[in-house]
Design a protein around this ligand. Sequence first.
Ligand code: GLA
Length: 381
Amino acid sequence: MSTDIDAVTSAFTDLVGRAPVGVWAAPGRVNLIGEHTDYNDGFVMPFALPQRVTMAAGHRDDDQWQVMTLDGDRIETFARAELQPGMAGWQAYVAGVIWALDEAGHQVSGADLVLTSDVPIGAGLSSSAALECATLAAVADLDDLEIKPMERARLARRAENAFVGAPTGQMDQAASTLCAAGHALFFDCRSFDFDQVPLDLAGAGLELLVLDTRTPHALVDSEYSARRDSCEAAAKILGVSALRDVSDVEHALDRLDDEEMRKRVRHVVTENQRVLDAKERLQAQDYRGLAPLLDASHASMRDDFEITVPTVDLAVETARTAGAYGARMTGGGFGGCIIALVDVGRSNEVAAAITQAFAAADFGVPAHFTAAPSDGARRLR
Ligand code: GLA
């Protein structure tokens, strides 16, 4: 089953008129636990999805980059001089990576890139990080640049932050680059140390349902920045370099007057602890033990960080009443996906219950799949 590999290879040959040098891919991710902790120097635990951006690439000799979708209906070309932060459109994720490599002193030469993706867009599953990390893998390998995996993830994030202009943390690009099949990635967003933690849900008779509420991400950019600003302001008042450093949450809350800020801090500090607890439970193969942590994470996002929306809350509640052991929203918030821990083979049933609840509430039709922890960015051919 390598249809995406064959598809980009033959599309490249048709569109460019010669065979590609190779084919690379980078996945989307789902975050098991640790939301809005990454830009607070905290901990996260995502895993890579099988859904990925697949990219065929070959050299050009005119110092330009041409990016094409499979059927050639979207073709964007840019020259080195056009690599300026603020570029609009989906090609900015590609151009941003080339810009970040260039800015870091790597010698990148022009290339043709043909891509396809099955990562749902706008669902909080890191379709943009997948595009950045696939581009980075392709372009770096084409020019034989020796860049270690974590440095690749850092450059891809730099593209997102400084070129595209989204003030995200390091989680998504780290996940898309570093994840390994069969494992969750425990990632320390301060030291960039990481552990691959075995995640054999099937072995425990369980599976993870990912349900996309298909709620448009209204306000996501401004609300994301507002949360980030609030965390940074709180850290300043508390005299720590990031909320990661708050160990005694009650003591910290006593020192803050603003109720909203207190809630934001409580989410981040307790969520960090939940990631550490989740890691321990995974290491003990206590997969059912994840469930209360997922539930507590959702409650914290809903009540303290205030980043959930009615569709997401309904999906989580319905998942639980339909038999999920635990459930939470995953990703940046204000829509997107939930995850639910269910007995193996029960995903469809739980998803059907949510679909029914959505219809009764006059919400749209959600989409769903069962997630298997997959590999990070790599060369496929
Ligand atoms: C988005 C960002 C990440 C992270 C999550 C929330 O996915 O890109 O850096 O902050 O939101 O956990």
